[in-house]
Design a protein around this ligand. Structure first.
Ligand SMILES: *C1O[C@H](CO)[C@@H](O)[C@H](O)[C@H]1NC(C)=O
Ligand SMILES: *[C@@H]1O[C@H](CO)[C@@H](O)[C@H](O)[C@H]1NC(C)=O
Ligand SMILES: *[C@@H]1O[C@H](CO)[C@@H](O)[C@H](O)[C@H]1NC(C)=O
Ligand SMILES: *[C@@H]1O[C@H](CO)[C@@H](O)[C@H](O)[C@H]1NC(C)=O
Ligand SMILES: *[C@@H]1O[C@H](CO)[C@@H](O)[C@H](O)[C@H]1NC(C)=O
Ligand SMILES: [Cu+2]
Length: 573
């Protein structure tokens, strides 16, 4: 008893004597957390439809955002998080998976219950939503991959605080309306608040959203049902010994931005809310919809026992044919939708591993901790498998370049301080607040040439539009072109055609489908065809895409998006 008291007093004395950074840096070493001890959770499923008199109809949902505690690992104290759920009790990280049906609208009342004082350090010196502190934390939900009206798109300025006490300048409605008229596929919802996206996602505000179309999908006979069709949401986090999420609160340019850092990387790899979980599987085919919900970490997944990935879709649309790979590179927010056939395994377990450097591609190599993702324990007996992977999946129209009504140049810029540390990043050298320059016409397609003038790979995400990657061409005399761009900031005046003549880089087969995010390689011009219309039908949008506040497009490294690698996208009629 006395010894414990003495020990406590000593600890207290230490706390007082040591500089405050001691508490700040009191990180848990990932080697202290044993891998593969927690079972892989399945997030709760919520259907946004119901059957009435033999017909499907919408079932309106109410989903809240709550502050609560979440156990990320058996041996880690519960972590304060922000979680989506139908109640505080059953809110989860990631949030519930919303199951929608093609053609049946989803209605969601997103409700903010978050108290004041953010659980993570944010930075008021970057353009940020700043309601009165006592009103709580601003949030707004974006459905990533959704094709819907601007009012329900979760524009960065459409945020709201708890009980809608304060709302952002473009906020218009409490109940969001998702049409689900698009092709079946994988979407996800996440926070999109101006300047706070990176911290709100880090805190836990993410969840999956699946659109199913039974007419299209049932004949494919891909692995189906709760057991064989699973969503894996992967992200990285670091923790302190008390369980709280650690985010470095010292900016890389503290005199300019006291807290902002250009990229967040965590040491522990989390799948469906557990660090390095395990899943026991049968010797047959499974479908995994793998969503990379990291802020900045790229993953290059592979199986340690040589099992392969059979890609069936990319982002939110099916591929025309399955593509088999041994590894798969996912940028933040990209989705790999793969079938894995465990009957092909020659061992009783397989580790899903990752070997992507961070930042990708030129950063540090992975270590023991972030090089492993999860473990599959494979049952002994071989089973009769009723699922298959057909030779052809779903055919959508090809990218028809001749149909493009406009060609644009989109350049990605990074700015650095005197100490050569990044201070902010812009698209086209323009602030987010400057008026929209990308104003496509509803129903048209456009060619966008995306020019990466930075050292990093930036996953570009476009709201509303789907795109196909046409080609990737290396710049020649890149420094000369960059020098011109930093002066004139105009790709045509800088004679882009004379520089975009280098080697062509092949687009991986499993990324040749219709996408909503693509990795923009540095020093490369990536040509994409963006379609502001459906891909599965010639019908026009059943909503007005030209209304306020419009849409955005941005880099999906959240730390870049917040500061402010994002531009308005304004559709016109
Ligand atoms: C982006 O471009 C920069 C400079 O042009 C280059 O150094 C960098 O490697 C490129 N990034 C990738 C991922 O290729
Ligand atoms: C969450 O809890 C509420 C009541 O607290 C219940 O009605 C609802 O069905 C639960 N949802 C899920 C997905 O478990
Ligand atoms: C936090 O960031 C600062 C500035 O970039 C750096 O000097 C410091 O080492 C970082 N701390 C940790 C624990 O990584
Ligand atoms: C996940 O996405 C983040 C950023 O959006 C990216 O930095 C990271 O590399 C991606 N990880 C995987 C496994 O794809
Ligand atoms: C859309 O129109 C084009 C050209 O008229 C036609 O070739 C194509 O089959 C149509 N697509 C659908 C899904 O109806
Ligand atoms: Cu970026």
């Amino acid at each position: 008893m006395e010894r414990i008291l003495l020990f406590n007093i000593l600890c207290l004395a230490l706390l007082i004597v040591l500089p405050t950074t001691w508490a700040e840096d009191n990180l848990i070493s990932p080697s202290k957390l044993e891998m593969f001890v927690d079972e892989l959770p399945d997030m709760p499923k919520i259907q946004s439809y119901e059957v009435a008199n033999g017909f499907f109809k919408s079932k309106p949902l109410v989903i809240g955002m709550f502050k609560k505690h979440w156990k990320f690992h058996r041996d880690l104290p519960a972590t304060p998080v922000y979680a989506y759920g139908t109640s505080k009790n059953n809110a989860t990280v990631p949030g519930p998976t919303i199951e929608a049906l093609h053609g049946i609208d989803t209605f969601v009342k997103w409700q903010n219950h978050l108290p004041p004082n953010h659980i993570l350090p944010w930075d008021p010196t970057i353009p940020t939503a700043q309601p009165a502190a006592e009103n709580g934390i601003p949030t707004v939900v974006h459905l990533h991959g959704g094709i819907g009206e601007p009012e329900s798109d979760g524009h960065a300025h459409s945020w709201f605080t708890r009980r809608f006490k304060e709302v952002g300048p473009t906020w218009t409605k409490r109940e969001y309306h998702y049409r689900n008229f698009q092709q079946p596929g994988n979407l996800w919802y996440h926070d999109h608040t101006m300047g706070l996206t990176r911290v709100n996602l880090l805190a836990g505000l993410i969840g999956a959203y699946i659109i199913r179309d039974l007419d299209v999908e049932a004949p494919l006979r891909l692995p189906n049902g709760e057991e064989f069709d699973r969503t894996l949401m992967v992200f990285d986090r670091s923790f302190r010994t008390d369980g709280s999420i650690y985010m470095n609160s010292t900016g890389n340019n503290p005199s300019i931005h006291p807290q902002w850092q250009p990229e967040y990387f965590g040491d522990a790899i989390i799948v469906n809310g557990k660090a390095w979980p395990r899943l026991t599987v049968r010797r047959r085919k499974y479908r995994f919809r793998i969503i990379n919900a990291s802020n900045a970490r790229f993953f290059r997944f592979f199986f340690t026992n040589g099992l392969k990935f059979i890609h069936v879709s990319a982002d939110s649309a099916y591929l025309e044919k399955p593509v088999v790979t041994k590894e798969t590179l996912l940028a933040p927010s990209e989705i790999a939708d793969v079938v894995v056939d465990f009957s092909k395994s020659n061992s009783h377990s397989a580790i899903l591993a990752n070997d992507a450097a961070y930042p990708y591609p030129s950063g540090d190599p992975v270590n023991e901790a972030n090089g492993k993702v999860m473990k599959f324990i494979i049952k002994e007996e071989v089973e009769h498998d009723t699922w298959r992977v057909p030779k052809t999946l779903v055919k959508y129209p090809d990218a028809d370049l001749s149909s493009a009504s406009k060609t644009r140049y989109i350049s990605l810029h990074e700015y650095t301080s005197d100490i050569d540390e990044p201070t902010h990043l812009y698209i086209n050298g323009k602030k987010f607040a400057e008026p929209a320059t990308e104003t496509p016409k509803v129903g048209t397609s456009e060619i966008w040439n995306v020019i990466n003038l930075t050292e990093d790979n930036h996953p570009l995400h476009i709201h509303l539009g789907l795109f196909k990657v046409i080609d990737q061409t290396k710049l020649v005399n890149e420094e000369e072109f960059k020098a011109c761009m930093s002066k004139l900031n105009n790709a045509i005046k800088c004679k882009i055609d004379e520089y975009a003549r280098g080697k062509k880089i092949e687009v991986p087969a499993h990324e040749k489908g219709w996408k909503n995010v693509y990795k923009m390689t540095p020093g490369v011009v990536t040509k994409i065809l963006v379609r502001f219309a459906y891909i599965h039908s010639n019908e026009s949008y059943p909503f007005d895409a030209t209304t306020q506040p419009g849409y955005v497009y941005h880099c999906h490294i959240l730390d870049h998006e917040d500061n402010v690698m994002m531009r308005p996208l304004k559709l016109i009629s």
